[in-house]
Ligand binder design. Structure first.
Ligand code: PLP
Length: 468
């Protein structure tokens, strides 16, 4: 068995100087460098996702988990690490890899997406103003509410799909404009370049921050659209398997990166070595997962739209901001939502699905179904949800990589199970009249599930009856 390279020279305390090279062999401090391949060639994203150049001492093809809280000085002072809260080789390797795929000068990884926003929010001072959307992820809304009630930050919620709405509020006091696109669950598109331009035009110090969780670096690079900071929940597409929590921050301004790193080092919220390893592994399959998830999402969106549901998905030409979305993104993502016209009906559909797991979150290889108003967005006051036009019956589908026929079949069974057994005719007709549901006679929905769930076998006429 080979042994690692050793040095007979004992380390000295003077070796505890700033690192010269790190484990990847770059002569830069551990976190700030990007991990562009040495030959400088830029490959297609699908290649960059899997290509790494680690110079591990044993030549390991996968960066090991450095499960160590402390590091001893190495002779010559080129170890680069002393304490894992400040830096860890596994985390550094991941940060370099992310910087490469996010086209960022620096990325940092922390314990969750909300942890990433918390780090960003530490840039704010009492009296600062934040402008953000009215269809935000519930956790983001909760943190912003806390900042406004406990930290003296003034938060303006506006319809960020209208750049003029931001224009009206932005001022010298605005320290941050925080955007999500597509929004979730209403799947509204925000014109990031227009808002970044008008914001910086009015207040050049104001930071434009974009939560890119819904698209991932595979589909969108908000830094290239004018954002100053991009953050993502690594819990979603980047990891892809719902087996870890992580948050990613990316910047091009090194000074800004240093400020964010200061908070991470001070508070100790950097991603653990073990989770850094898992996230690195997940990222390598991002392209292939996203391709399949998007193809499935497109097919499901078309299926539901063809059956008369109001579907919100930027892959559909009927999306009112279709062109805007495609001007910024390379794909439509794999989250869509639809409405049934009735919250109880939506609840029953969600409960009747089998393949579609009832769960918050998205970006996983498994398909998920949820009712945002009762789950991910339940922390938003019902009154506020109403003011922000959030339909209580909205169902969110987060599409995975399963066989598309199985996914559609399961959804059809869930919907037709409800139509036959739980919803009385009057209700169905009301829904039709309300224009929320189109009843069709294409006959494939009801038969299998009706035979399975009905105590008595259904008559031929029942089985072919109203389904939607
Ligand atoms: N941003 C968006 C759009 C999200 O959907 C979520 C979580 O669902 C987060 C941020 C928070 O990420 P995390 O759950 O990793 O803290």
């Amino acid at each position: 068995m080979s042994t690692p390279p050793t040095s007979s020279k004992a380390p000295k305390l003077t070796d505890l100087k700033s690192p010269q090279t790190d484990l990847d062999g770059h002569d830069l401090p551990p976190s700030p460098a990007s991990s562009t391949p040495r030959n400088g060639r830029k490959y297609a994203l699908a290649t960059e996702l899997v290509y790494t150049e680690s110079k591990d001492q044993y030549g390991s093809s996968s960066m090991p988990i450095y499960q160590s809280a402390t590091f001893k000085p190495l002779p010559g002072g080129n170890g680069g690490y002393d304490y894992t809260r400040s830096g860890n080789p596994t985390r550094t390797h991941l940060e370099r890899h992310l910087a490469k795929i996010m086209n960022a000068a620096r990325t940092l990884v922390v314990g969750s997406g909300m942890g990433a926003l918390d780090v960003i929010s530490r840039l704010l001072k009492p009296g600062d103003e934040v402008i953000t959307g009215d269809d935000l992820y519930g956790g983001t809304n909760r943190l912003l509410t806390y900042l406004s009630t406990h930290q003296g930050i003034v938060v303006h919620h506006v319809d960020t799909t209208e750049p003029e709405a931001v224009q009206r509020v932005v001022s010298e006091k605005t320290a941050m404009v925080l955007l999500e696109s597509p929004t979730n669950p209403l799947i509204k598109i925000v014109d990031i370049p227009a808002i970044a331009k008008l914001t910086h035009g009015k207040n050049e110090k104001c930071l434009v921050v974009v939560d890119n969780t819904m698209l991932s670096p595979m589909l969108c690079n908000p830094l290239e659209l004018g954002a100053d900071i991009v953050y993502e929940s690594g819990t979603k597409y980047l990891s892809g398997h719902h087996d870890l929590m992580a948050g990613v921050l990316a910047v091009n301004d090194q000074g800004l990166g240093d400020k964010l790193y200061f908070t991470i080092n001070s508070t100790g919220c950097g991603l653990s070595p073990n989770d850094s390893f898992l996230l690195m592994r997940g990222i390598k399959t991002l392209a292939i997962r996203m391709e399949k998830q998007q193809a499935n999402a497109q097919a499901i969106a078309e299926f539901l739209e063809n059956r008369g549901f109001r579907v919100r998905y930027p892959g559909l030409k009927s999306h009112p901001q279709y062109d805007l979305h495609w001007s910024m993104a390379r794909g439509a993502g794999a989250v869509l939502s639809f409405e049934t016209g009735d919250a109880t009906l939506s609840e029953r559909i969600v409960e009747a699905a089998r393949l579609w797991g009832i769960s918050v979150s998205f970006g996983c290889v498994n398909s998920l179904i949820s009712m945002p108003c009762q789950m991910s967005h339940a922390s938003i006051d019902p009154k506020v949800r109403k003011e922000r036009n959030m339909p209580e019956d909205i169902i969110r589908l987060c599409v995975g990589i399963e066989d598309i026929d199985d996914l559609i079949d399961d959804l059809s069974r869930a919907v037709s199970c409800i139509s036959i057994n739980d919803i009385d005719c009057a209700n169905v007709f009301q829904l039709v009249q309300a224009g929320a549901v189109k009843v069709t006679l294409d006959g494939f929905h009801a038969i299998p599930i009706a035979q399975e769930v009905a105590a008595e076998p259904l008559e031929e006429s029942d089985a072919a009856g109203p389904s939607f």
